[in-house]
Write a protein that binds this ligand. Structure first.
Ligand code: SF4
Length: 316
């Protein structure tokens, strides 16, 4: 790929439910269990119908979590699975991020997702006493195990770090090194997102935003830690100063992630219109190019149905 290309995925996010049994104090997404009606398949179908022929390829299925031991877990999982099947049947490419899954759940979702994701966030256990005090899903070992299982199952995987939630720089290097180690074993990580904490209206955490001026240095170092085939992604709506966005690209970031009408995780930070983003990048010689939610070197890991879906985008 030429040096001056930055990619993004034309995406739309479908949320099966906002309810989540964790309470991360920086969260701007969740509602209490039982307080968010689940999306129905009929509602999803009508959303997806509206999206057809709009240039969108990725359907990001992003869900709050139902506790693994809850009697509602099976129905929650089935809804996510059915949404993937529906999106595929309607010609889209599903990518699910629904928190930690059991091995059999992950195994089933592999059959209906071109890729999957889960933020590692940070590995330092000290966050269990602060921002993750009420978030059992954020146990570092649980997150690492998810990455390992994805590798064992040959699922093209996106992960990343959340920055500015109480970690030190060394914590970041350790988390990146852990991702690099797992990738060296399984070769399954396609992107690492470096996501600056950006305060929103719903969160209880009273903390400053991660200073975007620190991002370029962090990206540079991450580029040295991560194997070259892993792309570094930054969310452009969270780096609101054009010059710092360009500095992030100069430092080695090459992907802007899924761009759609709403960033469900950071609803207070809308994405720029695509043409506006293109203009900003063009002034510095960068070309913004769409990509699929699965990178070409992973096509051989996809089943026949998904290869067909990918081929419909004229690229397999
Ligand atoms: S950040 Fe994710 S896991 Fe934490 S409370 Fe929000 S939805 Fe749940």
């Amino acid at each position: 790929m030429s040096q001056n290309i930055v990619t993004y995925s034309p995406a739309y996010t479908i949320v099966p439910t906002y309810e989540c049994f964790n309470r991360c104090s920086y969260c701007n997404f969740r509602t209490d269990p039982g307080k968010s009606p689940w999306l129905t398949l009929l509602e999803a179908e009508s959303i997806l119908q509206r999206l057809q022929n709009q240039g969108i390829c990725e359907i990001l299925i992003l869900s709050g979590e139902v506790h693994p031991l809850s009697p509602r877990r099976e129905a929650w999982f089935q809804l996510i699975y059915d949404l993937c099947v529906l999106a595929l049947a309607m010609g889209f490419l599903p990518h699910t991020n629904a928190g930690p899954l059991s091995f059999p759940e992950m195994q089933r979702l592999k059959n209906v997702n071109v890729s999957m994701g889960l933020m590692l966030e940070q590995l330092t256990p000290k966050l269990l006493n602060t921002v993750h005090f009420h978030a059992p899903s954020k146990l570092p070992d649980v997150r690492l195990q998810q990455l390992e299982w994805a590798g064992k199952l040959q699922i093209p995987f996106t992960t990343g770090l959340l920055l500015g939630i109480g970690e030190t720089e060394d914590d970041c290097w350790q988390a990146l090194a852990a991702i690099a180690d797992l990738h060296k074993q399984y070769k399954h990580i396609q992107e690492v997102i470096l996501q600056p904490h950006s305060p929103g209206n719903l969160q209880t955490l009273n903390a400053e935003a991660f200073d975007p001026r620190l991002l370029p240095k962090l990206i540079e170092k991450a580029r040295n830690i991560l194997p070259a085939e892993i792309t570094i992604q930054i969310p452009p709506n969270l780096v609101t100063d054009d010059n710092w966005l360009l500095a992030c690209l100069d430092a080695g970031a090459r992907d802007l992630g899924g761009i759609g009408p709403k960033d469900e995780v950071n609803p207070d930070y809308p994405h720029l219109q695509k043409h506006k983003l293109m203009e900003i990048l063009k002034t510095a010689g960068w070309e913004l190019v769409p990509r699929l939610p699965v990178y070409p070197h992973f096509y051989s890991w996809l089943n026949e149905e998904m290869v067909t879906a990918v081929k419909n985008y004229g690229v397999a």
